[in-house]
Design a protein around this ligand. Sequence first.
Ligand code: MG
Length: 388
Amino acid sequence: MKNISILGSTGSIGVNTLDVIARNPSRFKVVALAAGRNLPLLKEQIDKFEPDIVSVIDDEHAYQLREMLGHPAVPKILSGDGGYREVASWKKTDMVVSAIAGAAGLSPTIAAIDAGKDIALANKETMVMAGELVVAKAASRGVNIIPVDSEHNAIFQCLAGHNIKEVERLILTASGGPFLHLPLEQFAYIKLEDALRHPNWEMGRKITIDSASMMNKGLEVIEAGWLFGMDVGRIDVCVHPQSIVHSMVEYVDGSVIAQMGVPDMRGPISYALSYPERLQGAVDTLDLCSVGTLEFMSPDHTKFPALELAYEAAGRGGSAPAVLNASNEVAVDAFIEDKIGFGDIPLVIKEVLDSHRTKEIDTVEDVLDADCWGRIRAVEIVEKRKVS
Ligand code: MG
């Protein structure tokens, strides 16, 4: 029996993880849950999975949850970053599913690593912001980090049983998002609901908008660099609208190994939870004959400049990726709140990066400083660009 803590249990990854666990009750047990503000769903999860402890975003929500549950002795109800860190390092936990969206996932993920827990990593921002620190900490604590992000999970599978020294390059596939075929002239008229319409994957808002701008793929390039110890110059992106090939590894002899499957996050989640074993019937069978055609094309950097900004930040190293991530989060929020247009998102990020002097990152505090600097600077730039 593997005991699981889930950070972000009411989000898309959290809900899918609980579905995998519910279907494999003899293998997995939920012992701790952390969520944000969705108390009705969290209450349902608590009733069904009976965790020892839970944490929510703040004291106010913790109070409301206690009321809803009738002030129970179990679960213990906590709040805020301290509560999230306790969920992440809960004594009975064997593996932590790290799925809190955005920079807020960093601190609890680090707490889990410090406590020696294996990580199923869905929160890519952790690696983007603090990859070097996280990889070093995980190595010193003997912690396994198994990627849940579908592309990285695919690469992890394509590398299994092979020598990493024989890898020529990693090829991340990208769906291209809803605007793959939209002419650039029409980008100015993109509305929030258009950006939230992802062709293949059901996901949260932030990541869906990141997919539409292709910043998601940029963040994934940086994430892959740290996860697999690969220079980003050897990580390429290939647009593949069907989302059947989840990513590929090219070896020095020219062989390319691809991992395929129907686009269903329960696939990578199952593999991360059960690794090195595989779960029977985790997702529907892939019928390539009925899929018919698989297309592959190069990304269009004019329409999607966010991808190159991510390569630039990765190349600069140090604080630059954390600043990239922070400014992206601010810009995406500003787009959601209708303060800026969709096409402004990469422009805000570029302006922030251009005005940033890269610093070295030695501690988590350095990461958080860079994150804070990037946010403040991005807010200033958003204010300047604001559509009135
Ligand atoms: Mg992904």
